[in-house]
Design a protein around this ligand. Structure first.
Ligand code: PRX
Length: 567
């Protein structure tokens, strides 16, 4: 029996009280996510149960019970408190997928501070804008990443502490740096958890904006209510499951469902810090007898590419439920997974801003391959007219996806950016910025984004950020960055570049520019293709028309170019 039972019945008389009851939470009472994902599970008698099975390079493996993660998160919390970290200050996790990332997340939250996870492959520029905007007080990091922080330290007066979790004492610590070794520190059994309330801030995730710098999405402690119930009903986790969420906690899937949801349900999670290859992934599933697997279309398409024969070399019979998020999941991928695993990937749709799954295919519900499914019970989803923001009643007509605000995990603000936050609400709807249509059975079909943001392998990249970084390269006079189609990543970053006088287009220069962006921003933001052009298409007011360049890449009609600048 699936946790959700019948989708149609759940829609009738839905109330978030279902989750509140299961969590023993009464509105108005203290709610601290850190407590819910560690102490509460121990209090339920599951202290000796495995919470985390971690694998790193070179066959390294570590295992932690719920009692371990309870005590270790206390230990980290106590260390932060002793440093003077105050509730609501931002503490950044700038770590590879090592146990300190997962347990540190709980530790930060227990103190009442706000956890700010950032992808460890970010370069110094990406890091700087996010730490600057959040006025982050402390960063927890590894020796190998500390150089990037030292480089920008001068520009970060708010950053008081750089906590290094793997310092070996070989080279001296520098200004504001302090060593903390989670495994060696004296374990703290009793810790006074900050009595946060429903609206107390918990997590700050950065997401790319279309025209400006990345936006900090502020979440609060009661997001747990949505994250818990969606984990139960969409991912269908049960007590004896071995769960694997492949997302990095630098992104929201890796926290909402790679830390919070599964631990709030007291389930055993596996984490791999080994990187992707089809063989390593299948081996991982086989070795740990993974039962529930939450992944992303890019990974699924890569597995498809690796072929059916490889799948047959592993015993993957433990798998019982598969789900996907982050980008459109093509029908072919769903059909393929059914062929090779005997299970269909269940697509789910949501955003950093929504904090939890909004539209999904549910266990037991008929899947239409290629469709995102239906709104989560308790979420009112619609498609609205892009001009009037009135709900479109007509079946199959494309409009903007819209949700009625009110689910617990919804963002509460863009950090220091109220105007942009307010701009996301129209006519009583929250508008995520995606286009879709609804079919005669109420299933949502994704059509595309309503802006220029590039979705590469499930990660959003802002063309604006890449263009700004490109301008810092001495050879670049001007650039336009657009999405280019790609089988595996769906989209990759392509840059059209006008060179400054005196620079000559060459393959070496292309490589140099690519590398420049990779280091400054991240491997994801690095253009996979650079095309040198003498000039860029612009509107009469001088705005670059990315739309024209993108249409060419995708072999689409260019559309209205009446505002295009005359040659
Ligand atoms: O454009 C949609 C796409 O990813 C965006 C959200 O990205 P982010 O905030 O990074 O969160 C990703 C993980 C929750 C959406 O606005 N997206 C997400 N899921 C899907 C999707 N596009 C198509 N199908 C999906 N299932």
């Amino acid at each position: 029996m699936h946790n959700i039972g019948s989708y149609d019945e759940r829609i009738q008389g839905f109330s978030w009280e279902i989750a509140e009851r299961e969590l023993d939470y009464q509105p108005g009472n203290v709610i601290n996510i850190g407590w819910y994902i560690t102490d509460r599970i121990c209090q339920m008698g599951k202290g000796d149960k495995l919470a985390l099975i971690w694998e790193g390079l070179g066959g390294k493996e570590k295992r932690y019970t719920y009692n371990d993660i309870r005590q270790l998160s206390n230990t980290i919390g106590q260390f932060l408190r002793d440093l003077g970290i105050q509730p609501e200050q931002r503490v950044c996790l700038f770590l590879d997928r090592i146990p300190e990332l997962y347990i540190g997340f709980a530790g930060i939250i227990k103190t009442g501070a706000i956890a700010q996870p950032l992808f460890s492959a970010f370069g110094d520029e990406s890091l700087l804008v996010r730490l600057e905007n959040a006025e982050t007080t402390a960063v927890i990091t590894q020796k190998k990443h500390v150089g990037k922080i030292r480089k920008i330290l001068d520009k970060l007066p708010h950053l008081k502490h750089i906590i290094i979790v793997d310092d070996n004492g070989k080279s001296p610590l520098q200004e504001r740096e302090v060593a903390f070794n989670m495994e060696e520190a004296a374990r703290v059994d009793q810790f006074e958890i900050q009595p946060t309330l429903a609206e107390s801030p918990s997590v700050l995730h950065y997401t790319s904006g279309t025209t400006g710098m990345p936006k900090g999405v502020k979440h609060v402690h009661c997001s747990l209510i949505s994250q818990y119930l969606t984990t139960s009903w969409v991912l269908d986790l049960k007590d004896d499951d071995i769960y694997w969420c492949t997302a990095d906690p630098g992104w929201v899937t890796g926290t909402s469902y790679g830390i919070i949801g599964a631990w709030a349900m007291g389930v055993t999670q596996c984490v791999s810090d080994v990187g992707f290859s089809a063989e390593t992934w299948y081996k991982f599933i086989e070795r740990h007898r993974i039962t529930v697997w939450y992944s992303a279309p890019t990974a699924i398409r890569s597995l498809m590419k690796a072929g059916d024969e490889l799948v047959r070399q592993f015993d993957l019979s433990s798998l019982r439920h598969l789900a996907s998020v982050g980008e459109p999941l093509n029908a072919e991928a769903v059909i393929w997974s059914n062929k090779v695993f005997g299970l269909m990937f269940h697509d789910s749709y949501w955003q950093t801003e929504t904090g939890s799954i909004m539209i999904s295919n549910y266990p037991g519900m008929k899947i239409k391959p290629g469709s995102m499914g239906k709104p989560f019970p308790g979420v009112t989803g619609a498609v609205v007219d892009p001009e009037t923001y009135e709900q479109i009643q007509e079946t199959g007509k494309i409009g903007l996806i819209a949700f009625r605000p009110g689910w617990p995990a919804m963002m509460r603000m863009y950090w220091n950016n109220e105007a942009t936050y307010k701009g996301k609400f129209k006519n009583g709807w929250y508008i995520p910025g995606d286009r879709a249509y609804i079919d005669q059975d109420g299933y949502f079909w994704f059509v595309g984004r309503d802006d220029d943001i590039i979705n590469t392998g499930g990660h959003l990249v802002s063309p604006f950020e890449v263009e700004s970084a490109l301008l810092e390269h001495p050879a670049v006079a001007e650039s336009a960055v657009v999405a280019k189609p790609d089988f595996v990543n769906m989209e990759v970053v392509k840059a059209f570049v006008c060179l400054k006088p005196g620079y000559v287009a060459s393959d070496e220069l292309e490589l140099e520019i690519m590398n420049f962006i990779r280091k400054k921003l991240s491997p994801l933001a690095m253009p996979q293709d650079i095309e040198y052009v003498p000039n860029l298409p612009k509107t009469r007011s001088g705005k670059i028309m990315r739309r024209v360049l993108k249409a060419k890449e995708w072999g689409e009609e260019i559309g209205d170019t009446s505002t295009l600048e005359d040659d």
